[in-house]
Design a protein around this ligand. Structure first.
Ligand code: PXP
Length: 249
């Protein structure tokens, strides 16, 4: 199967804010990073406003909405507070993620199947406001079917288990995760869902995921911000773009 279209790169700038917040000042400025990412070829910017505001802050979302020329993908938990903020800004896309205060990062996908009714009501006003609603889930048929039933337009597959297995040398598990994502990308597409993927992707792990023909967008943050220490943000993004294009060709 031919790829369904150009693969977009969403650059997640959360961890520019992590470094800023380590000292509590104004730099490095995540909005400056987002503008640089745009110039380097990012097709969108992703930011996760967490309940505890450990990285991105409310003022960053205000500033990003005002400054960006590319779409903002606003990641948030399914809470009333976040829904109000999203409805005020009406970003291009809203990605609903599970959130636990004690976790270092978003550990798994959202449990949609168990919370179908609540989530259907939760996302309806976001859709009505014109946001594309994406649900961050594991590559699991039950969750994909539930995301489809509640009216999400997009699913984002959690690539964390695949990336962890690769990093820890568990290659059979890595390949099994990849196979699951390949099958579930095709399944989600067959239901009419747009498929995105992300979490933990690096130069070493991006290509097999970028090669899935149904995947239309990758959201990548932590690795790129880390890599920018060594080669600068623009070149770090350009290299990711190159690898994605190579995998897609
Ligand atoms: N996609 C989603 C839904 C996420 O929650 C995150 C992490 O915030 C990412 C992508 C990016 O993950 P990473 O920072 O590990 O590249």
């Amino acid at each position: 199967m031919q790829p369904l279209g150009k693969l977009r790169l969403g650059v997640n700038i959360d961890h520019v804010a992590t470094v800023r917040n380590a000292r509590g000042g104004a730099y490095p400025d995540p909005v400056r990073a987002a503008k640089l990412a745009e110039e380097a070829g990012a097709d969108g910017i992703t930011a996760h406003l967490r309940e505890d505001r450990r990285h991105i802050a409310d003022a960053d979302i205000d500033a990003l909405m005002a400054a960006l020329s590319v779409p903002l993908n606003f990641e948030m938990a399914a809470t009333d507070e976040m829904q109000k903020i999203a409805l005020r800004h009406k970003p291009h896309a809203v990605c609903i993620v599970p959130e636990k205060r004690e976790e270092k990062t978003t550990e798994g996908g959202l449990e949609v199947a168990r919370e179908e009714n609540r989530l259907a009501h939760f996302i309806a006003p976001l859709r009505e406001a014109g946001c594309r609603v994406s649900i961050f889930i594991a590559a699991d048929q039950r969750q994909i079917e539930a995301a489809h039933r509640i009216g999400a337009q997009v699913i984002e597959l959690h690539t964390g288990a695949y990336c962890d297995a690769h990093a820890e040398g568990r290659f059979d598990e890595r390949d099994a995760e990849l196979e699951k994502m390949r099958e579930m990308s095709a399944f989600a597409h067959s239901l009419g869902l747009e498929v995105h993927a992300g979490h933990g992707l690096t130069y070493d792990t991006v290509k097999p995921v970028a090669a899935f023909p149904e995947v239309m967008e990758l959201n990548i943050g932590h690795f790129l911000i880390g890599e920018s220490i060594f080669r600068g943000l623009g070149p770090a993004i350009a290299e990711m773009r190159r690898l994605m294009d190579e995998a897609r060709a």
